[in-house]
Write a protein that binds this ligand. Structure first.
Ligand code: UDP
Length: 243
């Protein structure tokens, strides 16, 4: 007789991935097989009974800072970045629904013909009904990033943690791709992340997570079945938490 499967430690989480995670081997844009692979990871987690929120960045298509560096007015460039996140959210919705996972894309900037506007109570209801909710258009405000949007939505949705998928298996004291002696943290405090400028999320996102005591779990998106494993407490990851 097999032992009953342990219940996942989390009831509701927010998964943050950067737009670049959807590029796969390309230098720009969307790589459908990669989007499909990440959707499979999300389906695995959803299948455990965890309620899943998602925020996807837009850096694979457009970043406001890049636009303003090229002479574009900053707020306009930021709105273009927010629109890029809507495209990524729709691509993820399509990939998830192709795998039988019901989803809703909700946007901080209303665009009724494309997706729902963000209404907090309605988004909570979608989660309760077992739909994956993909939050698009960041916070809806220029001068912010999707890391801050992820922390804000996770707080509003009463998520128990943010899972930040990256290309490495946690937070290191220097770039492990450049420095073979880089040291990985199992646990690290918000204050250490801020003081040492560790690459987790931007400072406003970390400060918001700290103020709301929202743990951030940094893990590798490249590990097959990594997401479900990490949510069940297996594998390698770093937890950013109060000191
Ligand atoms: N953005 C914004 N406000 C937000 C979220 C995003 O203005 O609340 C813009 C900003 O220009 C940013 C772009 O959208 O550069 C794409 O988001 P981000 O850089 O966070 O994407 P990621 O790096 O996660 O792919």
């Amino acid at each position: 007789m097999t032992a009953p499967r342990a219940l996942p430690a989390y009831r509701r989480i927010l998964l943050k991935i950067s737009g670049e995670a959807l590029m796969g081997p390309q230098q720009f844009g969307l790589h459908p097989p990669t989007v499909e692979r990440i959707a499979t990871e999300v389906r695995g987690l959803h299948g455990l009974g965890v309620e899943v929120c998602m925020v996807i960045g837009g850096g694979n298509i457009f970043r406001g800072l890049q636009g303003s560096a090229q002479g574009m007015e900053r707020t306009t460039a930021d709105y273009m970045g927010m629109l890029a996140t809507v495209m990524n959210a729709l691509a993820m919705q399509s990939a998830l629904e192709a795998q039988g996972v019901y989803t809703r894309v909700v946007s901080a900037i209303p665009m009724d013909q494309v997706c729902e506007p963000y209404i907090r109570r309605r988004a909570v209801r979608h989660l309760e009904k077992g739909r994956v909710v993909i939050f698009a258009a960041g916070t809806g405000n220029p001068y912010f990033t999707t890391d801050t949007a992820a922390t804000l939505r996770a707080s509003e949705m009463a998520c128990e943690a943010i899972f930040k998928g990256t290309q490495v298996d946690g937070v290191y004291d220097s770039d492990p791709k450049k420095n073979p002696d880089a040291r990985r943290f199992d646990r690290v405090s918000y204050d250490t992340v801020l003081q040492k400028h560790l690459k987790v999320m931007d400072a406003s996102a970390i400060a918001l997570a700290r103020d709301n005591r929202l743990p951030i779990i940094v893990f590798s998106l490249d590990e097959p079945n990594g997401l479900a494993g990490v949510v069940e407490g297996r594998g390698r990851f770093t937890v950013v938490e109060p000191g």
